[in-house]
Design a protein around this ligand. Structure first.
Ligand code: TRP
Length: 387
């Protein structure tokens, strides 16, 4: 058992979030050396986000990879609830998903849930979340997904791709199961109550598009797990393989705690922030440093509680050796926060400049990504015969 544990690096010892606790709560499995090695065998290289367990937990990742290796049909699926502008916390899992798409050479089905966010968020009109869907799509394209292999479904516009599947899914889910999984109450609007059916149906769309049972891997936050638990329960009875998951960590915000979140704009780095603005936000960020430079030199900083260090670790320093050097330079008081922030600010600004150029170009490419321009909606009669 011991050799199955990930190498515990010092900065992993004390994270902001107790990810082991999350794995327990959701009943998922930790991603061990075994899955990491299997993935490396299958795609021929390892991503630092796997090595560092930025993606740290899974369900059936091994079964998915074995099916891929046997030459069976596979696809990727992820999604975005367009409740606001894209920030770097959203980009993080997409960067990894793009890598998977490239290395596995398979299609990605991308759901944009403008209906969900309309139902969920007070004060949004459907046209607001729909407009945001198109804004977010520019960021998805800018990350570099392949147009010929990336198929976007916008719920409010592409429902015919999902509805026959959703109708079958809905019949398998009782209200009591739904309520227990999502904590719905008597005052939840019925849009929210129906919505899970659509997110689950999307996991089965690849099977209907290809006309054969398709193994689907879903990179997502662990908070989406309740959908997949239900999806996995009902999949066999509808003739679909159970969808597999791989769960990613959340990027922290630039404040003392909490994930990067649109509800705290001063601590979030948006893809549309002018690089100069992003730099200022970083220079003003909370750190694990001491109150004065003198104390920092004497006592050292605390990278384990520092959002700046986490940004390096999760996204902006792929080189393990350099990351480790930074960690110890901070801990021993050699590296002061100002310098550490300045270097990060430069990297983030460069990333944003390039992303924003690609985002501009993306405006002419949207049509190439929309599923409606590429596949006919699947027929009402399921193409996947129950086995
Ligand atoms: N419910 C997700 C959100 O609020 C959006 C979503 C739909 C999704 N399908 C998904 C996320 C698949 C991850 C994987 O953001």
């Amino acid at each position: 058992m011991a050799n199955e544990q990930p190498d515990v690096t010092p900065w992993e010892a004390e994270a902001f979030v107790d990810y082991n606790r999350l794995i327990e709560i959701f009943g998922a499995k930790p991603l061990t050396e075994r899955e990491a090695r299997l993935l490396e065998e299958v795609v021929g290289e390892q991503h630092f986000m796997i090595r560092r367990r930025v993606f740290y937990s899974h369900r059936d990742l091994d079964a998915f990879l074995e099916a891929y290796r046997r030459g069976e049909r596979t696809a990727l699926y992820t999604g975005r609830g367009p409740s606001g502008h894209t920030h770097l916390g959203h980009i993080l899992p997409w960067v990894f998903t793009k890598w998977l798409q490239e290395k596995l050479g398979i299609d990605l089905f991308f759901q944009i849930t403008d209906d969900e966010k309309f139902w969920h968020e007070e004060g949004y009109r459907l046209e607001d979340t729909n407009r945001m869907a198109y804004e977010n799509i520019l960021d998805i394209i800018a990350v570099g997904f392949k147009p010929e292999k990336t198929h976007i479904v916008i719920d409010s516009e592409d429902i015919r791709y999902l509805y026959p599947i959703a109708a079958r899914v809905a019949k398998k889910i009782t209200f009591s199961v739904q309520r227990a999984a999502f904590g719905f109450t008597d005052s939840t609007n019925v849009g929210m109550i129906f919505y899970p059916t659509l997110q689950i149906a999307m996991a089965f769309l690849p099977s209907e598009i290809y006309g054969e049972p398709t193994w689907v891997l879903i990179p997502a936050g662990i908070d989406q797990d309740p959908y997949w638990r239900i999806a996995r329960d009902i999949a066999p009875s509808l003739g679909y393989p159970k969808p597999a998951q791989i769960h990613g960590k959340l990027l922290p915000g630039l404040g003392p705690e909490g994930k990067m979140s649109s509800s705290k704009p001063e601590t979030a780095l948006y893809t549309t922030d002018p690089p100069e603005v992003a730099k200022k936000k970083i220079m003003r960020a909370f750190t694990g440093g001491q109150p004065t430079a003198e104390l920092q030199r004497k006592l050292g900083g605390n990278p384990d509680r520092c959002p700046i260090f986490k940004l390096y670790e999760l996204m902006f320093e792929p080189d393990d050796k350099k990351l480790e050097e930074r960690y110890w330079a901070c801990k021993t008081g050699k590296l002061l926060c100002g310098e550490c922030k300045r270097e990060l600010a430069e990297r983030v600004a460069k990333f944003l400049e390039e992303h924003q150029k690609r985002r501009e170009k993306a405006k002419d490419m949207v049509d190439k990504f929309l599923i409606r321009n590429k596949f006919d909606p699947p027929p009402v009669e399921s193409r996947v015969k129950k086995r």
